[in-house]
Ligand binder design. Structure first.
Ligand code: GDP
Length: 297
């Protein structure tokens, strides 16, 4: 997930830890390399700058450079700073789905992995939390997308709202709510339509659905390989719709990881899950300490 960044950083820190005694200047040089590595991983500039500054403030001066193992101390400070930049509020995988039936709104651009993630998350809620889940596709422009959700539902043993031709997204959302209440479901998930790019029509449609569903959680699903674009998409959706968290998909690819590092700092919204493949089990909760450990190898 963070192979390149991880490799770059371990190069920098290997040199630092092998060096023994360190001057403030040594630390500064190393942190300049860290900054370059972050930028190459497509971390946004202000985030990389603030990150390096926070580490520098803690790592230079008497206490660290005069300690017995200065290099390791610097690594520890970087580790803690990574956790800070990644951390969101609340528990990473914990969704607010009490008071049944709890609506979860899934939003994002087309091709980001929204439908796949809806099914992965439904499976997780069912198997890990024992929830009864109903999924509904609101993608009326793409019958294939509606079919895709129904097929995934069968595959994972989660019910989907029957498809009624000609219905608009708001009507489907209302029917899902009624059906979820009558059918005794704990959670209902609304898989909204995506577009290739953010446009007024997409946003007003999602907004209309949000207004009738009043979702407990609104998760933006976005392709992690798109780096800073993913962060901009999140900013846009949050401004217009209000999101409660992000799912970064395709983190199994050779992504540079920048989206993961910038997301929280730029948007203020936590990454809740990461998608790690096409299979229905390839969804992990996003845990900052584990991710920081992975980045530092
Ligand atoms: P949507 O248009 O946003 O609903 O996107 P889909 O859910 O249809 O996903 C588009 C493609 O991306 C499909 O082929 C998925 O199998 C694939 N996909 C989704 N999530 C992941 C992921 O985490 N990793 C990988 N490698 N592929 C994914």
């Amino acid at each position: 997930m963070f192979e390149n960044l991880s490799e770059r950083l371990s190069g920098v820190f290997d040199r630092l830890t092998k060096q023994g005694a360190l001057s403030d200047e040594d630390v500064k040089t190393a942190l300049r390399e860290v900054r370059v590595a972050l930028l190459e991983a497509d971390v946004s500039l202000p985030v990389a700058r603030d990150f390096v500054k926070a580490v520098q403030d803690k790592a230079t001066g008497q206490a660290v450079t005069k300690s017995v193992t200065p290099g390791q101390q610097v690594v520890k400070i970087v580790h803690d700073a990574l956790i800070d930049v990644l951390r969101g509020e609340g528990e990473p995988g914990h969704l607010k789905v009490d008071n049944p039936p709890a609506p979860i709104l899934m939003v994002g651009l087309q091709g980001g992995g929204k439908t796949t993630t809806t099914a992965k998350l439904a499976k997780r809620l069912k198997e890990k939390d024992g929830k009864r889940v109903l999924m509904a596709s609101l993608d009326v422009n793409r019958p294939a997308a509606m079919e895709q959700l129904a097929i995934l539902g069968l595959q994972i043993g989660v019910d989907t709202l029957p498809i009624v031709k000609g219905e608009d997204p708001v009507a489907i959302a209302k029917r899902a709510k009624t059906q979820a209440g009558l059918g005794g479901y704990d959670v209902y998930m609304l898989d909204t339509a995506g577009r290739l790019s953010i446009d007024e029509e997409l946003m007003s449609q999602v907004e209309a659905v949000r207004n009738v569903a009043n979702p407990r959680e609104t998760l933006l699903v976005v392709d992690g390989l798109t780096g800073q674009d993913a962060v901009h998409t999140a900013e846009n959706f949050d401004e217009r719709i209000g999101i409660t968290g992000v799912v970064l998909t395709r983190m199994d690819g050779d992504g540079r990881g920048g989206a993961a590092l910038s997301m929280r700092a730029v948007t203020g919204k936590p990454i809740r899950y990461v998608g790690l493949g096409e299979k229905m089990d390839a969804l992990e909760t996003f845990e900052p300490d584990r991710i920081a450990g992975r980045i530092l190898g």
